[in-house]
Design a protein around this ligand. Structure first.
Ligand SMILES: Nc1ncnc2c1ncn2[C@@H]1O[C@H](COP(=O)(O)OP(=O)(O)OP(=O)(O)O)[C@@H](O)[C@H]1O
Length: 424
């Protein structure tokens, strides 16, 4: 794993009382977020998630307690200076409508006094990072973008000044479910490259499972009901409140914790649109037709046609070619759902279930063909995961037997002498 570029965040007895409210909205929250991890705050509406988040960059001033970022107490520093070190992305994307995409992204770098050429390069780099072509998008205005594209620009803007900390408040709340899955996958990919410290607010537990290294389940007044890894929260919820939040179908939710890149991906025979028809026919013939074999992992008599960029385009069978009259681009059936390496097994299962032949093409970062997953692979992986969880739970119940000598032998600390000091 590459090194973290994030900073730790410590909240100490953090409290917020809004004037006029009888109860505090955030009551005495203490929490430590490690550098480079993604922590998701999840909890019912009104429990104080956003208030907690906005106190970290002091968009809301705490009524009590402290905040330390990278060890530095930031509770009293100039909030404007603080916000330059903290990226912030919100549900409505928060883009300024009268500024172009490039101007929006350049906002903080410009305020920080970066030279023009560096800003220009940075804008292009950020757009590329979030999967938007700089040539096409930099001069557009927010109204000329789809909701999902606006969200991407919002994330690009939050990351532009290279902040160690990124706060995200329901950033994907306002987009359709398909785009949402896509943006979540993008965020996971980005985080694998960037290793920032991310605090992410959502009320969607499934989103929390998918994105969080750790999840803080919050109840009223932001009180922490459980703060742990998704695996532990799913398999050992701390109390009824947390179980209620986890909801039904914990075994299915387990699918959200594993990704396509963790399972075995089969290859399948491919051809490209530029291959002569003759070659394609020969390849299909040499595959032969072996009836009874499933058409998965590149079935017996199937080829995957790739476009000029190596992206999956159509599935071809022998009989399709006779009907195609020389044009590969119209032969066979279009590839249905594809999934990226970062997609969860649940997304993959969905794609496999909705594909007529029960397989889904896996694609790389630029949408290029990377392999195929099918039902058998997914079932094997999920069974393996559930089995591993069960074993882990059993081990936690029954501590392994230690030999008698091991229990009576002095501990390492005892050997070192008082207060753990080395005696040597
Ligand atoms: N400016 C304000 N003035 C007074 N009360 C406020 C203010 N902002 C929030 N609150 C109250 O503080 C509590 C926590 O609000 P907050 O927005 O932090 O919750 P949340 O968990 O993010 O909710 P949601 O998921 O619905 O966005 C709520 O009871 C809310 O009514």
């Amino acid at each position: 794993m590459s090194e973290s570029h994030g900073a730790s965040i410590e909240l100490e007895n953090l409290t917020k009382r809004y004037p006029g409210n009888a109860e505090p909205s955030v009551d005495d929250v203490t929490m430590e977020i490690r550098a480079g991890e993604t922590v998701v705050l999840v909890g019912p509406s009104g429990c104080g998630k956003s208030t907690t988040l906005k106190m970290i960059n002091r968009l809301i001033e705490p009524s009590g307690g402290r905040i330390r970022i990278g060890g530095e107490d930031v509770t009293g520093i100039d909030p404007v200076r603080l916000r330059r070190k903290i990226g912030y992305a919100i549900q409505s994307s928060g883009l300024f409508p009268h500024m172009t995409v490039a101007q929006n992204i350049a906002l903080v770098p410009r305020m920080t006094g970066w030279p023009k050429a560096r800003i220009r390069d940075r804008v292009a780099e950020m757009l590329d990072l979030v999967g938007l072509d700089p040539g096409e998008f930099r001069h557009r205005y927010p109204r000329q973008l789809s909701g999902g594209q606006q969200q991407r620009v919002g994330v690009a803007r939050a990351l532009a000044a290279d902040p160690p900390v990124l706060l995200m408040d329901e950033p994907f709340g306002a987009v359709d479910p398909v785009t949402r899955v896509h943006l979540q996958d993008e965020l996971l990919r980005l985080q694998r490259e960037l290793h920032r410290t991310i605090v992410f607010v959502t009320h969607d537990f499934d989103e929390a499972i998918k994105l969080g290294d750790r999840i803080a389940v919050l109840r009223e007044c932001s009180r922490i009901a459980q703060f742990d890894t998704p695996e532990t929260i799913l398999t050992s919820p701390a109390d009824d409140f947390v179980s209620g939040f986890v909801g039904a179908g914990a075994a299915l939710k387990r699918l959200d914790l594993s990704r396509v890149r963790d399972v075995e991906i089969a290859g399948c025979p491919t051809v490209t649109v530029d291959d002569p028809l003759r070659t394609v026919v020969d390849r299909l013939r040499s595959r032969g037709s072996r009836p009874g074999r499933p058409a998965t992992g590149g079935g017996a008599d199937e080829l995957l046609l790739l476009d000029r960029s190596g992206r999956p385009s159509r599935w071809l069978r022998r009989e399709d070619l006779t009907r195609a009259r020389g044009s590969l681009t119209r032969a066979g059936v279009p590839v249905g759902g594809t999934v990226s390496h970062d997609a969860t097994l649940r997304d993959a299962l969905e794609a496999v279930l909705t594909d007529a032949a029960g397989r889904a093409v896996v694609t790389g970062r630029r949408g290029e063909y990377a392999g195929v997953v099918d039902m058998a692979t997914l079932l094997d992986s999920v069974r393996g995961l559930l089995e591993a969880d069960r074993l882990e739970a059993l081990e936690a119940l029954e501590p392994p037997h230690e030999p008698e000598e091991a229990r009576t032998a002095p501990t390492h600390a005892e050997q070192k002498g008082p207060a753990g000091q080395a005696t040597a």
